[in-house]
Design a protein around this ligand. Structure first.
Ligand SMILES: [Zn+2]
Length: 107
């Protein structure tokens, strides 16, 4: 079972207390963008086997959104951080690199 810690209220709970919100750190494209860019923003997702950054909401707790870095294959959680963050925090990237030396952050 996936266990997450909400960075907003500090509660650690099983995933049933949270609601998934999809991939984190998406580059958003609006109506002024090209059709290909807008389509990519709406539909294209990485869906990797391994390290992944996701949005989660503490649905049965404080109700706030946050980001989580986890492995999709093993459910190992590398850390959670505020939803207002535009890219993964350096301490979480360092923690991932320590456990998965072959992993490279994607742009
Ligand atoms: Zn919370």
């Amino acid at each position: 079972m996936l266990t997450l810690t909400c960075p907003c209220c500090g509660i650690t709970a099983e995933e049933t207390e949270f609601a998934p919100g999809g991939e984190a750190h998406l580059k958003r494209f609006g109506p002024d963008s090209s059709d290909a860019d807008f389509e990519g923003y709406l539909f294209a997702r990485k869906n990797p086997k391994g390290v992944h950054f996701e949005r989660w909401r503490h649905a049965y707790g404080c109700g706030k959104w946050f980001m989580a870095a986890r492995c999709t294959a093993t459910l190992e959680v590398f850390g959670t951080y505020a939803a207002q963050t535009t890219k993964p925090p350096a301490d979480i990237v360092k923690k991932i690199k320590a456990k998965r030396p072959e992993w490279e952050p994607q742009a």
